[in-house]
Design a protein around this ligand. Structure first.
Ligand SMILES: C[S@@+](CC[C@H](N)C(=O)[O-])C[C@H]1O[C@@H](n2cnc3c(N)ncnc32)[C@H](O)[C@@H]1O
Length: 396
């Protein structure tokens, strides 16, 4: 339990700072803050470093293994700090993580995108451990930073850490989707949980020319990217490009449980199912990871659809699509030994036809990655675009 992953020695905190600078993850103006505000001051005694490659999480307890604990605290690994909205207890990992400290390279990349200047006022959504709020407070002064956390226990522990570290940022226990009008306007709003919909309240609570930085994705799969939205002078809209693919836990109110297969696909004979074939290649549909650009693009074109790729077995892979607004579903069965894949579709929507058309469009646009897309938010909702706000991603 004491040693999460056997690995060669990690770089020290000082070395990691240089690595982050050299890699361009951290801009040099953040170095003094990195040195002054260690992540370890904001982590709990019992924590679960997350291994990005294997996806494993193992407990490390400071009271039992102080050296290993310090090594992980100083590492460039994400660290889970709460499971199952606090319902889970003990050192074994729970079912799903509900609070964490993001990897330092991501924290500083996002701070670089946020681009803060002295005197600016910042609202953070998703306090977590309080480390990111502390970094901002060190740069801007604690009175210029306010942070919102939906979980009461997480919020009060972060408040204690910030006070103990003499950076007494106000931690608000509440739903960050509403923003925090009481202390508006903000020059910068940064979300450190993922959203599927950016609330217009954040635009209204911003200063003219302000910046909203938000991890954003669709229901299609786990792919998401940070949108960097510039707020218009009249604070009635905000618009900007996606800056980088990221992987964040979703905002609590915007989580969506995985569709239950048996609620869509009957176990008995498949009556009323339409059968066809496709020559579309499997490649762009098998990725379900957070950094899957094809999945990100498909989600922009085909709303309210979740996509799940089965593991490949004996040269055969089934890829499923579930309609979230009705019970439409589709499956494509790709086989290594056959150029044509079999398609089965059922329900009012023809989900595979929609996804195939979206894929064709994406290929025609020369397979754009995250950076070529952007997002505009106003009182009517949000719209995604390709290359420029004048070129909306076409509706299905
Ligand atoms: C990845 S953690 C944040 C990491 C944090 N910024 C840090 O420095 O440690 C995401 C946090 O967002 C919080 N969260 C989720 N939904 C929220 C909501 N609606 N409003 C505010 N916080 C929320 C979670 O409880 C969790 O603590």
């Amino acid at each position: 339990m004491t040693r999460a992953f056997e690995q060669e020695k990690r770089p020290s905190r000082e070395e990691l700072g240089r690595i982050l600078l050299d890699a361009g993850s951290m801009t040099s103006d953040w170095m003094p803050t990195y040195e002054a505000v260690p992540r370890s001051a904001f982590l709990p005694d019992l924590m679960w470093p997350h291994d990005m490659e294997s996806g494993r999480n193992s407990a490390v307890d400071k009271t039992l293994a102080p050296e290993a604990w310090q090594e992980y605290a100083d590492s460039n690994q994400p660290i889970v700090t709460q499971w199952d909205d606090g319902a889970h207890d003990g050192p074994e990992p729970g079912k799903s993580f509900s609070s964490s400290s993001s990897m330092p390279s991501l924290v500083f990349s996002m701070l670089a995108d946020l681009d803060v200047e002295p005197g600016q006022r910042v609202l953070e959504i998703g306090t977590g451990t309080g480390w990111n709020a502390a970094l901002l407070a060190h740069r801007l002064g604690a009175a210029n930073v306010v942070t919102i956390e939906v979980d009461g226990t997480v919020a009060s522990e972060a408040q204690q850490s910030l006070d103990r570290f003499a950076l007494p940022v106000e931690v608000v226990h509440g739903d960050g989707f509403l923003g925090y009008a009481k202390r508006a306007p903000y020059d910068r709003i940064i979300a450190t949980c993922g959203l599927r919909k950016v609330p217009f309240a954040w635009v209204e609570q911003s200063s003219p020319g302000g910046v909203i930085l938000v991890p954003w994705g669709t229901c299609y799969g786990p792919s998401e990217a940070t949108a960097r939205l510039m707020v218009a002078e009249d604070c009635r809209s905000a618009s900007g490009p996606f800056t980088r693919p990221v992987a964040f836990m979703r905002m609590r109110s915007q989580r969506r449980p995985r569709p239950r297969h048996d609620e869509y696909v009957p176990a008995e004979a498949l009556t009323g199912v339409e059968k066809s074939t496709t020559q579309t290649s499997e490649h762009d549909f098998s990725g379900t990871g957070a950094f899957d650009a094809a999945g990100f693009a498909m989600g922009l074109r085909v709303p309210d659809v979740a996509h799940l790729a089965d593991r490949k077995r004996e040269g055969k892979r089934a890829v499923w699509f579930y309609g979230l607004s009705d019970k439409s579903w589709a499956v494509v069965v790709f086989r290594d030994d056959c150029k044509e894949a079999k398609v089965y579709q059922s329900g009012p929507r023809h989900l595979w036809d929609e996804v195939e058309a979206a894929h064709r469009w994406w290929v025609e646009q020369k397979r754009p990655g995250f950076h070529r897309f952007g997002l505009t938010v106003d009182a009517d909702g949000e719209r995604t675009w390709l290359d420029s706000p004048d070129n909306p991603v076409p509706a299905r």
